[in-house]
Write a protein that binds this ligand. Sequence first.
Ligand SMILES: Cc1cc2nc3c(=O)[nH]c(=O)nc-3n(C[C@H](O)[C@H](O)[C@H](O)COP(=O)(O)OP(=O)(O)OC[C@H]3O[C@@H](n4cnc5c(N)ncnc54)[C@H](O)[C@@H]3O)c2cc1C
Length: 439
Amino acid sequence: MARNTRIVIVGGGYVGMYTALRLQSKLGADEASVTVIDPQSNMTYQPFLPEAAAGSVEPRHVVVPLRKVLRKCHVLTGRVTAINRERREVTVEAAAGHVTQLGYDVLVVSPGSVARTLPIPGLAEHGIAFKTVAEAIYLRNHVLSRMDEASSTIDPALRRKLLTFLVVGGGYAGVEALAELADMSRYAARYYENIDRSDLRWVLVEAAGRIMPEVSAPMGRYTVKQLMDAGIEVFLDTRVKSMEGGHVVLDDGTEFDADTIVWTAGVKPNPMLANTDLPLDDKGRVTCGASLQVEGSPEVFSAGDCASVPDLSKSDPNAKTSPSAQHAVRQAKVLADNVVAHLRGRPVKPYKHSYAGSVASLGLYKGAAEIYGIKLKGVVAWFMHRTYHLSRMPTFNRKFRIVTDWTQALLFRREVVALGQIHEPKAEFSRAIGQEKKP
Ligand SMILES: Cc1cc2nc3c(=O)[nH]c(=O)nc-3n(C[C@H](O)[C@H](O)[C@H](O)COP(=O)(O)OP(=O)(O)OC[C@H]3O[C@@H](n4cnc5c(N)ncnc54)[C@H](O)[C@@H]3O)c2cc1C
């Protein structure tokens, strides 16, 4: 192997961070340099975002600082805007604003996915996705500040709109975000003298005939029932036609006003991939073999939400692995081992993993889980959700902080402080300056 082999990793999420962690432990410093490029300096543990939004865990604890854990790697804060595998270089727009080209000997392509949107009037203005810690923090403050506004208005129509919350998309991200935020808002209602729990209207709209495709149909039905028992309105086989001005129109004729619209209707591969000469499938995912090497380029690897990886656990030869943390983490392990094998001239191994199932939290002490076909419900599933994700949370430091958060929430109950000012940090100062300017 050539000394100073340059390994470049595009994206420091599940695949990128776990690959870098394994490479830094397997490769000597004189063997290769590893550079991780990400616009964020943290990896986000996305399955904990709903709990971060609901205030059960501190948002800072669901992210992992890349520089802290990747001590033997270089971390470059910037966004990759293009990849040229012919010239073996990536184009990076650094956080400081300048654009630079970076050469590589081995490339790992793992920029993940982005929210899949539809041309729905009003979506761009009124919708918010649920994929980043910033969105989780924003939503928490937004929901609580809607309640503050609703409690102070004398306009009944405005009050109804402020207290109506819509989530579009019934995958685990949407269902968990909805269940956790609804739980939090109902808990917070006890502190408002003029808002009753029943004044809060939470609505889930899903285009398919079922929710949570990650679990079996009976578990999907169970989850719908749990949500409906908790007073959440669920519309299946229904599409949102428009949401202009926050006025929501569904294709079954239902209309209502909502001041909060969370868009979780699926993901699509990172659109940056279109700006590369990598082979892409019809969905825009990087086409890989089972060894996670990109077709025609053994020095380029890919995995996770952005990659089309054969699912060897299925009998269908065209089956691909689904976009999930479960696959991303396991693929990262095989990917890192195959990078080392590739560098040392050893045979690479195929990725094969049967999907173990899914665990979902439906608010405090409620959950739905299906693991290797075994169905778990209620508090058992909720406990399973917490223990599983805690075990997957990278680093002891983060695990400890999460457990401490849960313990505090248990002892002192849920924190329902709205810090809406953090979204307009200069507002008070500007007001002060404006007042000073007055004669
Ligand atoms: C709310 C929520 C809950 C979830 N719950 C579960 C669950 O319970 N179980 C489960 O299996 N899965 C769950 N998932 C899905 C899971 O988180 C993803 O499948 C997983 O994160 C995919 O890993 P990845 O490495 O491909 O992408 P990511 O983890 O998203 O990482 C991609 C990284 O690339 C970076 N990036 C983006 N663009 C660029 C660029 N141009 N240049 C450089 N870097 C870039 C991003 O900043 C990010 O750090 C959940 C997702 C969400 C949003």
